[in-house]
Design a protein. Sequence first.
Length: 692
Amino acid sequence: MDINNLTKHAQELWNEWEIHSLILSSLFLQILLIVTGNRRKYHSGILLGGFVWIAYLSADWVTTYALSSVSRVQGGSKANRKTPTPNNIPAFWAPILLVHLGGPDTITAYALEDNELWFRHLFQLAIQTATASYYLFKSWGNDPLVYIAILIFVAGLAKYGERILVLWLASSNKFRDIENEEVDTFQSEFSKLPSTVFFGMSKEDLNKVLKFDKIIAEALYLHEAQFLFRMFKIFYADLALSHSSHMASYRILTPPENTDTEKSKNAATYAFKVIEVELGFMYDVLFTKLTSVCSKRTILRSISFLSSASALVAFSLMIMNKCSYTETEVIISYILLGGGVVLEIYGVIMLLLSDWAMLRLSSLKKPWANAVFKAIYSDNNKRWERYMAQHDLADAKINEGLWTMVKNSLVCKSSAKVCFLKLIGKNNIQRWEVISDELKELIWKYLLDKRSRYSHEMPDPDPGMNDLKEILAERGDQVLKSMGYLEISRTAVVGLDFHGSLLLWHIATDICYHDDIHQNKGDATKLPPSSKMSRSLSNYMLYILSERPNMLPKGIGGARYKQTGIQLTKHSWCWRSIPKPETHWCSEEFLKEIQKNENNVSMLHNACKLANELQHLETGEFTKEDKWRMISKIWVEMLTYAASNCGWKQHGQALTNGGELLTRVCLLMAHLGLSEQCLPSAKPSSGNADNP
């Protein structure tokens, strides 16, 4: 066979199977999206995010291209047909593609920006509806297949219309309009109660006020999360809350004074658990259809499901009585119709097992409903993975140097994995660290202490501090000042921008950690537990600086990171390995060598000096454990500073990657009243800024 005949044969084969392969690919992408789309809510895997991104972008393109290809095959060859009737199968498949454009329930938007494109989708709906209608009109006749196609056409309109509605409701302007109306309704529920009354309430009285008194204990945290979620939406829309509202949320999260020790110990874990459910609700609102199918708009879902199921039954009856189509066309039609119904059923099952359905079920307050709830509901493996990304600058530069040596020696290009990670912007993650209950407790206790120092509406205020803005501006200096280290506070915190201070403390923490290991003859297990928490928070904050700089205050963090990294490539071995006296990281020769080659944005020289000061703090009274406890509190204070200075839009976008610890801390602070949106003078913002 010569090349011309081979090309002709390939072209004929493609012409015959083009629409088949495209429409099956469209169905396959829908299956991938419905199975993997919602996993971003709980998992932060790099490969998962890239996989969903590719599938999301490909799905609409493949479906639209397949719909445009229908016209080229409609009325095609009749040679392989059992009877010489017109080929109406493509016209029958066109409405199925319209259903695919509606997308699965588990993902309507990959990013927040996709919600702003709702009008583009509305325009596309008009075009694709007109296209499918034209195919149906062109095929109109005695063929019952056309009438079955009308059922699918109705399902497609309902499903695509539902997607556009969800995108519109999640768009920034509409979201703010909705919450502008909601804020008055929400705050009116507490208008008759003074905010201080919540402090004297028992848990039972609080539940009565919030109408949770008849909710079973296993479902109580869902209802508390839903209450806090209503507040979260108001915060997210950049609106302010009354004192009574946020004092109610304060009491939900904080245990009463007479709580026993064991419950108090678990308070941090419980608070984080409630916040995780709340963030799950927010993810569903911004990126899925779940809130739509749980509302009065369920009629759209019912229409879509009943139309698809009816079409499958009608098609089966038609094939049993009379079939004028090829076996291939019949099989593909069955796959498309059956696959569509299975996807609808899968979506319903996911809905019935979702927090939204369980919330509604437990709200019935009936014995049978409570029994069903206890039987089917489990929150195991449904929450945030409780990991935080780690990026150690010294490790990164050491590994980068080793990789460069290997690459140069092998004269090869970067591996496919490295290229892929750079493509999706995840090449700075070195590992994941478990967020331990001890770390949650450290953060939680610090936030409660921070709130107690803000006397507004507190029963026993600290008379020394009542300026919330000053409290929120603390980024390590308060810890140092409270312990009397004013000079360190001035040089290592107050005298630097936040990015510089972050890098400074990151390197100093790394030096102190490894120096203490050397002092213990390489045994890291002998270090205080707070040393590991300090290092984990240090690496996490540097990950935020390098990977998600938009979640930090504006500054020259990128330049500082780059220049400090260049110097670390040459000098980090001085504290990672057992040093000789002349190359010790705090020796005068070493510091002079660094300073000689350092520019004004690198933080290595100052970090070494800070580490030296920290190591010399250890005395008889100030132990190694005291030192690490202080450093851990400094990192928590920097974490809270970054959290409160990050826009809600950035926090919302982070939900698509499993969420960030930074977001959870920010939400905890807001519910405890540690937010400028809770200030007595706070008013709804008219600017867009960083908020939707």
